[in-house]
Design a protein around this ligand. Structure first.
Ligand code: HEM
Length: 480
């Protein structure tokens, strides 16, 4: 990819105006959501309730919309097209969802933020990973204590700091291996590194063959994500891969344990649900963090000026040290901006979904219970109303001043509301540390003959990985 992503469309202005009108506060003390609801309540009293069919969108097709998505070149391109044509709130056909709307405006997204329910069918491909019920679609009363237990550990600065030395050792180990080679494959190596990091953290120990575990996850997801009928061979392969993953989790749990496992235990989770949670966290943490770092390195390798600024910042803060301390991360604001801008252009988790359990007021519309609310995070990040020149890589969009001027739901790499990513703050610490260690040591140049093609799978990644040539920039002093 060069400076620009593939051309993005402009967004339909009329509906955006309508939504702003509905969001205008009636009294200064009124939150925007309350205004929307009160106007809708008036509409409702007058009998003018609207419904999903009143929301603009394309005509239905007999194949549940699959051909429209394929013809657009994928779900992201389709979302961009839909929002360009129909505005920020679109009714559309999503295979696996009986009735769906896509929401790409921050004000409307905020109006959905309290929903604590995911659509069962869209997430059923993850059910085989769980023995005790799909963790992604737990009902709110089971999800809330689970989330609280996860956050009590994953979001704690003290816990990040406690693991920082172990994380640094793992990142340095990768840098040492990279130093012995001229060319590297980013996603493969960085996913394996993230997996080793999360295993330290979630399970309390390292694993023997991280690349084998990454492959096993890949096999399970590839087989179960495939919407067509699965062959016996595929199911056997997926079954063996899953048994391997469970064996890894059990082995490491038996060897040690961790703060996270203790917190889940204290929250009263059964042994089976704890195993499921650990497996799900391994999955949720490694792919995403690995591609977040890969995309950042990819973008920096193609933007020499920001790359030079990052290198200068690292050199100034680290002096003669090869890696930052935990406290140093705060002194690397430009590095953080690059990571954030990369997750805007290439959000590792490009979509999310909720299901309404009651009527929901969205702008001038009432969405009935049972509707899938689809979150096109990637398209939200390219909305030109909030991101001028949205395809350009510009880390300074994330200065504190620029961020304060933007609606907080214009940027959602970790999702929103009660189902937002519990690992967000840990992921930022891990990704910044890995970027700091690698960019301190190396200058990266793209292998031009190797094309980088973003593909939407379980995460947004590069189809044939990303290859880079390395030059050493800094040699760590030899151990005494
Ligand atoms: C850069 C790295 C990461 C990105 C971009 C990311 C992104 C996301 C996104 C978009 C979601 C869905 C949110 C929604 O539906 O609103 C999610 C969910 C989740 N993530 Fe992450 N994630 C990352 C790293 C991690 C890490 C390191 C962990 C754990 C240590 C983690 C654990 C989870 C869990 C458990 C969920 C399910 C949330 C729930 O249903 O309550 N993620 N993540």
């Amino acid at each position: 990819m060069e400076d620009k992503l593939a051309g993005h469309p402009q967004w339909a202005p009329e509906q955006a105006g309508e939504i702003r009108a509905y969001a205008a506060p009636c009294r200064p003390s009124c939150p925007p959501g309350a205004v929307i609801v009160s106007r809708l309540a008036r509409r409702a009293r007058s009998g003018d309730r609207g419904g999903v069919r009143d929301i603009p969108g394309p005509p239905d097709r007999p194949d549940s919309g699959l051909s429209a998505i394929t013809a657009a070149g994928g779900l992201h391109a389709y979302q961009l097209r839909l929002h360009e044509r129909y505005g920020p709130l679109v009714r559309f056909q999503l295979p696996g969802a009986p009735s769906a709307v896509s929401v790409a405006d921050p004000v409307l997204l905020e109006a959905t933020a309290a929903i604590d329910n995911r659509p069962e069918r869209l997430f059923e491909f993850l059910a085989p990973l769980c023995e005790a019920g799909n963790l992604q679609t737990l009902p709110a009363h089971e999800h809330t204590p689970f989330r609280r237990a996860l956050l009590s550990v994953l979001a704690g600065r003290r816990s990040h700091e406690a693991h920082f030395a172990a994380f640094t050792a793992l990142a340095t180990d990768l840098a040492d291996r990279w130093a012995a080679t001229g060319e590297v494959t980013l996603q493969q190596d960085l996913s394996a590194l993230s997996l080793r990091m999360i295993c330290q953290y979630a399970l309390g120990g390292d694993i023997d063959d991280p690349a084998g575990v990454v492959r096993a996850f890949e096999t399970v997801l590839t087989v179960h994500l495939g919407r067509g009928p699965q062959s016996d061979d595929d199911l056997t392969r997926a079954g063996l891969a899953l048994a391997h993953l469970r064996g890894v989790v059990d082995g490491v749990l038996a060897a040690g344990g961790s703060d996270l496992v203790a917190a889940l235990d204290e929250a009263g989770l059964s042994a089976a649900r704890i195993r499921d949670s650990v497996l799900m966290i391994m999955l949720a943490a490694h792919h995403t963090t690995g591609v977040a770092v890969s995309w950042t390195l990819h973008l920096l390798s193609r933007h020499p000026e920001p790359a030079a600024r990052v290198a200068a910042e690292l050199d100034a803060v680290l002096g003669d040290r090869p890696a930052p301390s935990y406290a140093d991360l705060r002194r690397l604001p430009y590095l953080e901006r690059c990571l954030k801008e990369s997750m805007r252009l290439f959000p590792p988790g490009p979509y999310g979904a909720r299901e309404t359990i009651g009527e929901l007021a969205l702008g001038p519309h009432i969405v009935p219970a049972g509707t899938t609310i689809f979150y096109p995070f990637w398209a939200v990040h390219l909305n030109p109303e909030h991101w001028p020149d949205p395809e350009t890589f510009d880390p300074d969009r994330f200065t504190p001043e620029a961020s304060a001027r933007r609606h907080r739901y214009a940027y959602l790499p970790f999702g929103l509301g009660p189902r937002a990513c519990e690992g967000a703050s840990l992921a930022m610490v891990e990704a910044e540390l890995v970027l700091a260690v690698l960019l301190r040591r190396f200058r990266l140049e793209p292998v031009e003959e190797h094309p980088v093609v973003p593909v939407e799978r379980f995460v947004l990644w590069a189809e044939h990985d990303i290859r880079m040539r390395l030059t050493t920039r800094f040699r760590p002093p030899a151990e005494p």
